[in-house]
Design a binder for this molecule. Structure first.
Ligand code: AMP
Length: 559
């Protein structure tokens, strides 16, 4: 499939608003693609480039894209940014700029005035595999001149393409295609396209963490989907938790498994006979940053395993704040000296794979037995009880020991990667914080005029689109404002007067006193007394609070 054909499908999908119609269209295309194109089409249409498990990341911000476009159309950066500001969308702006420049440049001899498309020396025909090769080269560019290398690959892509291709290529490079073909729709399209059950597609996706490869299996048939296994060094998404209460959880489930809720950073550990890998909650490879955790876990088991757990930092036996752990996760240089400074301990609470066997479909109680038999240390203690008073005492012990609270887990439940369901319930003292995406800001005033001062925050609605919920301007130290500014300055996609919009990516944890109904924000709600608590750079935007759960909190608080 050529990039132009892909862009035409995107354009068609963008015009469709009905979910079923979109699924039908994509389902109709999938069977016609060969094995090389199918996984690429599936991922690209859902706004992804590499498999979710892959450590490869493009590693480009909007600025590099602006530079590439500026070069390709032989224009000015101000022009390019001005167009993006006017249209509020990188894709539409790139399309318009390419159209204008092509027309201006198409006079006699092809060059009129200064605005001409820079022609590539070797015009290329871009089918999806060729585009993917460029993406891979962008992701793999490393070292001192990596930005220059990435830039030249992006320029290469934009030379010789039509404005319509430009619209979707630009958005794809920002990994946000804006055509509404999210994970759920793609799952259903694969199921329909190859005549298999959506639940089988979902299950296979949870295990192998790449919808592209799942599509290939779906083409082979239901058996292939049923037969999937987790693979070492292909991390799977982490299972997530909902809020709840001890009383309700025991009432609904009977005996539950209670564990301390450690306030650190989530990890997934993979071990084979001759290698180990450690992944963060966002599935980044953090193996080299945390040699002490690798050593601790390697000496606790001799088996091939995939383990799920939380790393905490301790001093004098007491847990240190979560931020301290993140400093170790982010560390690239001076790992050894940091290791002396911040002592880390892993607490393992689940096992997904043991000596070739995928365990995610077993009930928690059986996984737990396997975990205990495979490990000789670092297993998080667990209490199984149906007595609310006993669980309350356990909760109090967790808080007294300086932990965040407890987790209650349904003993019969499977491990469902990426799912935030009722099988894991978190119990902690204050529930009045929300993790929200930062989508805009106002410039600060006075001594803070060089920083962003107040931030526009969004939750995600049922379609996964971001919907504004609140602004936050308090709770920041000067140092934090500086840090936030550094993280956001390259994500600006539009600015008007004192306001800027960001390519979403950063997540804040926000405290509040109450959720109110409000016409001021698209979500229909607003936060009373919002205050910044911390940056959640262990969370990605698709993990932020949903509008549904905001509604539920609103209802619960009015009770
Ligand atoms: P939250 O980040 O508030 O949604 O809480 C869920 C997180 O708690 C998980 O993603 C883990 O990082 C962390 N956690 C700490 N202890 C446990 C535990 N025993 N079981 C599961 N998750 C835990």
């Amino acid at each position: 499939m050529q990039l132009l054909e892909f862009a035409r499908y995107c354009e068609q999908l963008e015009k469709i608003s009905g979910r079923l119609e979109m699924i039908d269209l994509v389902a109709g295309v999938l069977p016609s693609l060969d094995d090389r194109e199918l996984p690429l089409f599936v991922r690209f249409i859902s706004g992804r480039i590499f498999p979710d498990w892959s450590p490869l990341k493009l590693g480009i911000g909007p600025n590099l894209l602006y530079d590439a476009i500026t070069f390709v159309v032989d224009g000015t950066r101000e022009d390019v940014i001005g167009e993006i500001n006017r249209l509020g969308d990188v894709g539409l702006a790139v399309e318009k700029i390419l159209t204008r420049k092509k027309i201006e440049g198409s006079g006699a001899g092809g060059r009129t005035g200064t605005a001409t498309i820079q022609q590539s020396l070797f015009p290329q025909d871009f089918d999806l595999p060729a585009v993917f090769r460029e993406f891979t080269a962008i992701a793999e560019a490393g070292g001192k001149s990596s930005q220059q290398a990435k830039l030249s690959h992006i320029q290469n892509l934009f030379q010789n393409i039509t404005p319509l291709e430009g619209r979707y290529l630009a958005r794809l490079l920002m990994e946000d295609l804006r055509i509404g073909m999210g994970e759920g729709n793609m799952r259903d399209a694969i199921a329909r396209g190859f005549g298999v059950e959506p639940s089988l597609v979902e299950h296979a996706y949870q295990a192998i963490n790449d919808l592209g490869e799942v599509a290939i299996l779906a083409r082979t048939g239901a058996r292939a989907l049923e037969d999937v296994h987790i693979r070492l060094f292909h991390p799977v998404k982490m299972m997530l938790a909902q809020q709840g209460t001890i009383g309700e959880t025991i009432r609904d489930n009977g005996a539950v498994a209670a564990e301390f809720k450690y306030d650190g950073s989530r990890f997934q550990f993979h071990r084979s006979k001759d290698a180990s890998g450690l992944y963060s909650r966002k599935l980044e490879d953090v193996t080299t940053a945390l040699p002490d955790i690798i050593e601790a876990l390697e000496s606790a088991t001799g088996h091939d395993v995939i383990l799920d757990g939380e790393v905490i930092a301790v001093r004098d036996g007491k847990p240190l704040p979560f931020q301290t752990v993140l400093r170790r996760f982010r560390r690239k240089y001076g790992v050894e000296s940091m290791r002396e400074e911040i002592r880390l301990i892993p607490h393992v609470f689940d096992i997904l794979y043991l000596d070739g066997e995928t365990l995610i479909d077993l009930p928690l109680s059986e996984r737990r037995a396997k975990l205990e038999s495979a490990m000789n240390a670092h297993v998080a203690p667990q209490l199984v009880s149906d007595d609310p008073a006993e669980v309350e005492t356990f909760y109090q012990q967790a808080l007294d020991a300086g932990h965040e609270g407890i987790m209650l887990k349904v003993v019969a439940s499977p491990y469902t990667p990426g799912v935030r369901g009722k099988n894991w319930i978190k119990i902690k003292p204050s529930v009045d914080t929300l993790d929200l995406a930062v989508i805009g800001a106002d410039w600060g005033e006075g001594k803070r005029a060089h920083y962003f001062g107040s931030f526009l925050l969004a939750c995600q609605d049922e379609q996964g689109d971001l919907t504004p919920l609140s602004k936050v301007a308090t709770g920041f130290s000067d140092e934090q404002l500086g840090e936030v500014f550094d993280l956001l300055k390259d994500r600006v996609i539009a600015s008007q007067g004192k306001e800027v919009s960001f390519e979403p990516g950063l997540v804040f944890e926000i405290g509040y006193s109450e959720i109110q109904k409000s016409p001021n924000y698209e979500s229909g709600f607003a936060l009373r007394f919002p205050r910044f608590i911390r940056i959640r750079d262990d969370k990605s935007v698709d993990e932020i609070e949903t509008l549904d759960s905001v509604r539920e909190r609103y209802r619960n608080q009015s009770k």
